[in-house]
Design a protein around this ligand. Structure first.
Ligand SMILES: *Cc1c(COP(=O)(O)O)cnc(C)c1O
Length: 391
């Protein structure tokens, strides 16, 4: 029955399909050029050359040295390495025992911080955020300490799309000589990720959010700061001794290709998606009563729309959207079946009767104006239904 309904994907913040150009770049590295980059012989040298080319392309986009690029297996792993690696190292090198993070971090940051608090007795302090989920740099200035191991603030939020003033936060961290990490996993698809202008010491990305493969990421680690990083995965000396394990060459090639395409085509992509998104937001807010746009109205990802509907069961709404052929999300992808309101929506001050009715609609390069129109015409009906069945 469902097969006859046209499927419309509006969940590009959860993941994106692989760009065909990326797939083409990856293919030779599965069978023809399959060597281990650590091997001495010709096969190894070919693989190593490809690996170092990929590292250089990534460094060009991030505006850093290739030796500051650490390839990992996900955006989550990059965040883990930045937090755990820095917290453990800074405790040894300068008795630092304090982590300063925002309350709207992805779980890859917030749960890592929680584990560090529980197992390592590291004090984790949450920064305040405004009603859009944005961090005020002055609040960082007020809370940063000489014993702060790391400040970690998400660049662009996955649930509500808000963009944080990373450059300004970074300037404050610099003044105090404390490293700043930013989770740029969501941001890298649409925002500049130049680590010099951003004033960051660590930056995490993951390829599958920008039309690259799943299961590969990068941690940028500034030279001076990265010396103070304890590896999580120990073993061989790969990735400058900071991340053991034979590198996944095809996926790394895929990440580098996808990132370069994202950088080169950034303006076009934003110009295409932003008007579609703006139209969608305007229509939804106009057509559906008791609706709030979550996240910042302007400082937000150009493909990202997120709402809460008063007294609506968000999960029921997602299911009825799915039945109608629309793939959306209520927040972060792994939240299905969770009856608790999202931590992010709670942090921006929404009460339960609002926060449980959340919907995230994220557009991408496969989205057409026609798809958005179809969505706009069906959503008011489904929200109305989800409201009736709940009361
Ligand atoms: C998707 C996402 C992650 C996790 O990245 P994976 O590569 O899926 O592990 C981390 N942070 C943000 C903001 C994300 O959107």
């Amino acid at each position: 029955m469902n097969q006859t309904i046209t499927k419309i994907y509006l969940d590009y913040a959860a993941t994106t399909p692989l760009d065909s150009r990326v797939l083409q770049a990856m293919l030779p590295f599965f069978q023809e050029n399959f060597g281990n980059p650590s091997s001495i012989h010709w096969y190894g040298q070919q693989a190593e050359a490809a690996l170092e080319d990929a590292r250089e392309s990534v460094a060009r986009v991030l505006n850093c040295q290739p030796s500051e690029i650490i390839f990992t297996a996900s955006g989550s792993e990059s965040n883990n390495l930045a937090l755990r690696g820095t917290a453990l190292a800074a405790r040894i090198s300068r008795q630092a025992n304090h982590l300063l993070i925002s309350p709207v971090e992805h779980h890859a940051v917030s749960r890592t911080a929680r584990q560090l608090a529980e197992l390592e007795k590291i004090e984790v302090e949450l920064l305040p955020v405004d009603r859009f989920g944005c961090v005020d740099p002055q609040q960082v200035a007020r809370r940063i300490r000489p014993t702060t191991a790391l400040v970690s603030v998400v660049y662009a939020n996955n649930e509500i799309g808000s963009i944080n003033p990373i450059k300004e936060i970074g300037a404050i961290c610099r003044q105090h000589g404390i490293p700043l990490q930013t989770d740029a996993v969501q941001a890298a698809a649409y925002l500049p990720v130049n680590v010099e202008t951003l004033n960051v010491d660590f930056l995490s990305i993951g390829a599958h959010k920008f039309y690259g493969p799943k299961g590969v990421g990068v941690l940028y680690a500034r030279k001076l700061a990265s010396r103070l990083l304890i590896p999580s995965i120990t073993g061989g000396g790969q990735e400058f001794g900071l991340r053991a394990g034979t590198q996944n060459i095809p996926y790394i090639i895929g990440l580098a290709t996808a990132l370069t395409l994202a950088e080169n085509e950034r303006e076009q992509r934003v110009e295409y998606l932003k008007p579609l998104r703006d139209g969608l937001v305007e229509e939804i807010l106009g057509k559906i009563p008791e609706t709030i746009l979550t996240g910042h109205p302007d400082h937000r990802l150009p493909n990202h729309a997120s709402f809460v509907f008063h007294n609506v069961d968000g999960n029921a709404l997602l299911m009825s959207l799915d039945m109608a052929g629309f793939a959306c999300s209520s927040g972060s992808a792994c939240k299905t079946g969770n009856p608790e309101p999202s931590e992010v929506l709670t942090a921006i001050g929404l009460s339960r009767d609002w926060a449980l009715g959340s919907l995230r609609v994220t557009l991408g390069l496969g989205t057409t104006a026609e798809q958005v129109e179809k969505f706009i015409s069906i959503l008011p009906v489904l929200v109305e239904k989800a409201r009736r069945t709940r009361s």
